[in-house]
Ligand binder design. Structure first.
Ligand SMILES: Cc1ncc(COP(=O)(O)O)c(C=O)c1O
Length: 403
């Protein structure tokens, strides 16, 4: 929908949002009217260099032509059906995901938080049915982030964060341990612990990759104690970190992994993949979803995966992530640059807030996000080139110098 066809002005649109919408976001102050590749465009055609990709979603580029074509084609055949009949894109996507990442079974959802709800529910039911009624506790990481529905927000180890404050009691059954500290996780496990759940890279927590010792240690600990390793790859999955899934950097496999964001190439879809043994916990009636595995989202996901794999965008993510991060280290006021592929966090020394830096970049038509007081996060489309990195760097440098 274009502004010129609505009879409204840009200010009208902002006013409508402010009057009628329940706002929980600090908006970028422009209207995203169209998008292509590495750019969003406002209603005047002004380009904005996209280093946030709808928060790690549009990995094969904004409005990737093959994804767009797949959506259009699917809309012409069938849209929503619920999960009673078989649908072709869903079956093909199930095969594609499972065989590509080496897992046995998949369950489709609509979003990251829903995928995590499914992962938590499956682990708990597996524990209760296999070991008894108290075996459903899960140890998660402090400063993690798993989503905003009750199970996921309770799994999020940030009791002082706005995402938990004011909502009353969290769902019982979660204990928080220190990320990248194996002993802390070992000590947090009790005879009632069925699983450990972490992100391979803490994204919202400030971009902190797991060390090899930590993640491989968690796998070993779970194996020793008959517990499950649950990996939240909602943000890291599908080539973002330089591998198809981040766990592939570590040479381990989870018992259940959640995914969303990049999977649908801009269409909403989430999923969990599990081993055949653990997947048995879900039986008829124990879980369900009206929209999960929607044919249009599934068709988009098939096209997105095809683009990611055939163009080897994981390798590009690794190459560009290394190149850009090395450059970012030379910015003034940088304390640390942390990254895994193109999940990049720049921690500044506090000379200005990350929100100030974000706004300054926005004025100069570069889109980045702020985490906490000092970290600027960048998760660009994985089609980016050295030239895109150089442009983004030049804008960031100007922004920091002006502040
Ligand atoms: C690691 C992780 N898990 C879960 C979520 C929640 O995903 P969604 O916003 O699709 O519910 C996010 C979102 O940022 C995330 O980064």
């Amino acid at each position: 929908m274009k502004l010129k066809d609505t009879g409204r002005t840009a200010q009208d649109i902002k006013d409508l949002v402010s009057k009628y919408m329940i706002e929980t976001y600090e908006r970028f102050d422009f209207i995203a009217e169209t998008a292509e590749g590495m750019y969003l465009y406002d209603e005047n055609g002004t380009p904005y260099l996209d280093f946030y990709a709808g928060i790690a979603v549009n990995s094969a580029g904004n409005r990737n032509p093959k994804v767009v074509a797949a959506v259009k084609e699917q809309v012409d055949d069938i849209m929503h059906t619920f999960n009673y009949p078989y649908t072709i894109p869903q079956a093909l996507l199930a095969e594609k995901v499972c065989t590509t990442i080496g897992m046995d079974k998949i369950y489709f959802q609509n979003s990251g938080t829903e995928a995590n709800e499914a992962m938590i529910k499956m682990a708990r039911k597996y524990g209760v049915e296999k070991y008894g009624p108290h075996k459903y506790n899960i140890v998660t990481a402090k400063m993690g982030f798993h989503g905003r529905t009750f199970g996921s927000m309770s799994a999020t180890g940030q009791p002082d964060n706005a995402c938990q404050i004011g909502f009353g009691d969290m769902t019982p059954g979660f204990t928080y341990a220190d990320y990248n500290d194996l002993e802390s996780f070992r000590n947090a496990c009790t005879e009632n612990t069925i699983a450990i759940m972490v992100e391979p890279v803490q994204g919202e927590g400030g971009v902190h990759p797991a060390t090899k010792e930590f993640l491989c240690g968690l796998r070993k600990l779970c194996d020793e104690k008959g517990m499950l390793l649950l990996l939240d790859e909602v943000q890291t999955g599908w080539c973002r970190t330089g591998r198809i899934m981040s766990y592939m950097h570590y040479g381990i496999k989870p018992d259940i992994v959640s995914m969303a964001k990049a999977l649908g190439g801009g269409m909403p879809i989430g999923a969990i993949c599990a081993t055949a043994e653990v997947a048995k916990a879900f039986t008829a009636g124990s879980h369900g979803t009206t929209f999960g595995g929607h044919p249009v989202s599934a068709a988009a996901a098939l096209a997105e995966i095809d683009e990611l794999l055939s163009r080897d965008l994981a390798s590009n993510a690794e190459k560009m992530g290394d190149y850009f991060s090395a450059k970012l280290e030379t910015l003034p006021h940088v304390k640390e640059v942390r990254h895994q592929g193109c999940l990049i966090g720049v921690e500044f020394d506090g000379f200005a807030t990350s929100t100030d830096i974000k706004h300054k970049c926005l004025d100069k038509h570069l889109l980045v996000t702020a985490i906490g007081a000092n970290v600027v996060r960048m998760v660009p489309p994985l089609i980016l080139t050295q030239e895109d990195c150089d442009k983004a760097y030049a804008i960031l440098k100007e922004a920091v110098e002006e502040l």
